[in-house]
Write a protein that binds this ligand. Structure first.
Ligand code: FES
Length: 156
């Protein structure tokens, strides 16, 4: 996190421990993730230990600690998607990409996010890859969609 960004945040927030979540949200929005450097700086500023800060940040699925991938995959586990097999979709993605939610593949190609609702519950279970929505997914359909993407990317 750049020093000038921290200076800007210091003008907007009181610098109290209660500011932690909104400050982390702002940092992540700007940087795409929470770097170790950003965590150290926010920790010193808000007088919250890094241990506590990690404890809070890891509680919320929205925060990530690695650089974003070139392609962003969201697996919905909201109620409608959960009931329709969303956990299975997440499981397929985790095994296939060998990452957990909040992580990025070693080649920097994909990152994975677990979300609470993508706003299209009638299509449950839903997975998005970048801007494309894949609805009424099954394990087979998801595997095929990933295969197609890999084939397109390896051909280009
Ligand atoms: S619960 Fe998955 S799209 Fe709404």
């Amino acid at each position: 996190m750049a020093k000038d960004r921290l200076s800007k945040l210091k003008q907007e927030f009181n610098g109290e421990p209660a500011d932690l979540i909104p400050v982390l949200q702002r940092v992540q929005k700007a940087d795409g993730y929470l770097s170790r450097d950003a965590i150290a700086r926010v920790s010193r500023w808000l007088k919250v230990s890094e241990h506590e800060l990690y404890g809070v940040a890891t509680f919320y699925a929205q925060f990530r600690f690695t650089t974003p991938g070139r392609h962003h995959i969201k697996a919905c586990l909201g109620t409608a998607c959960h009931v329709q097999g969303g956990e299975q979709m997440l499981d397929v993605l985790q095994r296939r990409l060998d990452i957990k939610p909040g992580e990025t593949t070693d080649d920097g190609e994909y990152d994975l996010e677990r979300v609470a609702c993508l706003g299209c519950c009638a299509l449950a279970p839903v997975v998005t890859i970048d801007e494309k929505t894949y609805g009424q997914m099954s394990v087979l359909k998801l595997q095929r969609s990933l295969d197609e993407r890999e084939n397109i990317e390896s051909a280009s």
